[in-house]
Design a protein. Sequence first.
Lengths: 403, 512
Amino acid sequence: MSEVEISIVFIAMAAAIVLFPSLVKNFKLPLMPPKRPQNNIILFQKPNPNTLNCRVQLKKDEQDDCEFEFFDVEICGAIHAPDDMCHTTIQISVLDITDGSQKSQPVYDNSKKPQMQNSDVFCRNADLGKLPNKDTTLPDWMSVAKLQCDWMLPPHRGKRNLQFTISILSGQDGQELCNAKYTLTYVNPKFGYIDLQENIQRTKTLAVAIAFAVSAADNKLYNCEIELIKNWARNNIDVSQASNKAKDQIEKALKKIAQFFQSGYKVDTDEICREIVEIAPVTERYEILELCLQVAQAKGVATKEEISMLKNLANRLEVDDNRFRTMMEKILPVTIHQVKDMEVILGVRADMGKEETCQHLNKEYRKWHARVTNSDPQVQAQADQMLQFIAEARSTYMESAKQ
Amino acid sequence: MANIAGIDLGTTFSELAILNTIGKPEIVPNADGERMTPSVIFFDEDNPELIRVGVEAMNSRYLNAQRAVRWIKRNIGDTKYHKTIDGRDWTPVELSSLILKKLKQDCSAQCGEIQDAVISVPAHFDEVRRKATMDAGALAGLNVIGIVNEPVAAALYYATTRDVSGKVLVYDLGGGTFDVTIMNVKGRQMDIICSQGDHELGGIDFDREILKMLEKSYKEKFKSELINSEEERAKYEDEAEDIKKTLSRRPVAKKMLYGPAGSMKVEITREMFEKSAAPLMARIDMLLEAALDEAKLKTSEINKVLLAGGSTRIALVQNRLEKMFGFPFEATVNVDECVALGAALHAGLTMLREKPQAVSAGISSGLKDINLTDVCNHSYGTICAPIDKETGKRIVENRIILKKNTPLPCEATGTFYTVSKGQAALEITITQGEDSDPKYVNKIATHKFKLPPDRPAKCPIKVTYRYDINQRMHCKFEDVQSGTALEVDFCLDQNGQVSQQKANRMKLLKVE
């Protein structure tokens, strides 16, 4: 990146920082998992036969040709019950202690299994059966639970220290008879629940930047476009908990962003899209593209530059071509395209041969032909225009193919 | 017994045919002795109760184009369109009924009372337009016993008068519409396979291309517009049509243009015409290919091509057809009349089926063994809310239940499920159209269907659509668990009943 580009990114980041003070520390491009302190983990320490011991190992298994990881929870050692033949249950709960035991965070349940209580926190119960004696000793490690890793949702992605607490409870009154803890380092490959929350807000911030980039594509930001983006930001960025002061700051930030683009600065939309693809699910990417299409539509004419940028964005956001064209048909009808681009409007690519082009145009023709008798006059008008455009495209194409 | 008639209510010309005593259809000329009546209406300036239809109306356009109406078929079914004459708004249905009234009147004067009639419509006409056409017939005092697709009518006439068999393609290019129907013909047995049509593709569109060339030539020379009034436009529209007809016989047409800035001679060659009409021909080609795709046939599998509609005389059209199919087309019948003649045959067949006692023995004998199986002209479906596989979100979608081109009579069923626990009702929407996006289909009926209370989600709802040969549709939505059902029936004359007051008012108007 050049110095100018770096400073532009920082200006954009500055506006975003005003919007989301809580995200300051996470504000990096690209998104990097933060470094966390490591706890001392003692693996496979020799068990104490006089107390309950537990250990957890990360293993792999296969089911229906699908490989999955799971935590194998084992116990051994002594269990002291109030009576002989005491009925017991085992309860396993998990905490994320990556930031230390004092700052432990819950691990949520990501599976569809019913919960012990009305809680999303991960917890599993199982029947251990009746202990033969008041004082029972399990001499060897005994597996008591296999917990699939994707059943759990830690707070963050990356290396996490998960503390498993295994409690043996009395079946009669639920009193805890004994417990043991084991901490395991696990590399969570997916976004954690806090990451997901942050990603949602981050995606919306980036959406605003992209929308402004579309508006500025033709080197002119119209008030209707700016207002549309601002309204979208107000409706989508969660300010319900923010104070009036914070809300004012957000308005100022939006104004600053608009001025930034009005001054002729550009942002690296490719880089922004790359991050959006990393952190946002496909639904949100469609919403961003829809916002951008609405921006292009706002002034009643979609310029060549805006269309070109939208095409690029759809590609970078990994939105399927057909989906993009379907969205564009609805929001940017051909009647408002400043320049009628056959590829954009009809999906005819330069690398298509004669037969493929004809088949594709025929398919488009059938689609729009079916819409021409719609009771909505706007749909009818759009369909009529499209049929004319398709017919012109075909006759032009056939003429050039002859030559 | 009253005459049984078939009417071709065309965009540019209309004809009426009746079945003679031996069941053969014959065109009945109008009061001027012409077999074709221009579909033009002119409201007399001096006598507001007098309305001219036909050649006189055509010529009167040059005097006061504002009081003339042409091509009203392009607006039939459009509730927003109206023509205001002397403070009164005329709807497309009312205007069409004037043309039908003229035909009925003129022909009744010659052949006796005409009561029962079948009116032909383009194959692509949806239910709204078909109903509107029936309404126009009712307003004109006709008992419209059925609607027939124009290419089907043409095929019916061809098959009963010529040696036609195998896979037949009917190419109907009229004044305002273009339809293609593919059928299987074996003797007097005709099975429609599929139909396709374009509502804005006909002879008048070719005329417009020529008119554009005339205007462009004039402007290039004089830097001034050729046409400055509706009357001048009417005149040059006719000139353009004349040039088009000339180019079907000769390679070049010459005309004098008399505009406000001066006069000039203009030459339009066949090449120039073909170049400007290239997008229209591309549209025709794509429609043909779409029809062949739907029928799952290649051009080489078509045994015969039958022509209907005056615009099939255009040399460009004929050459393109021969090139596409590799053999000459069948054109031994009058392409202007075959639709009306076929409509009369269809009327006879309909009467035989529904009111055989009203059909004379001669006609019955003439129509015996003719068997026509039609298809569903459009797809019919319902709106549902499945989960999008890609996003995991619930979306609103049109799901087709009865597919287009299914042979009649037909029935199809689909099973859907309630969305939420305790769902108390369903909003039922019956749609017509091919799209999965609800925005692009016509919603022809909406009803509320109450469900039993306190039930879990995903209770099955069985939806059955049935379409009979008389174009009556029956829709049933059944809650499988409780057995309760909502049934909706459609008939072409449902909601198309014209008020008696309106019919009386139309009766009083004098049409000449």
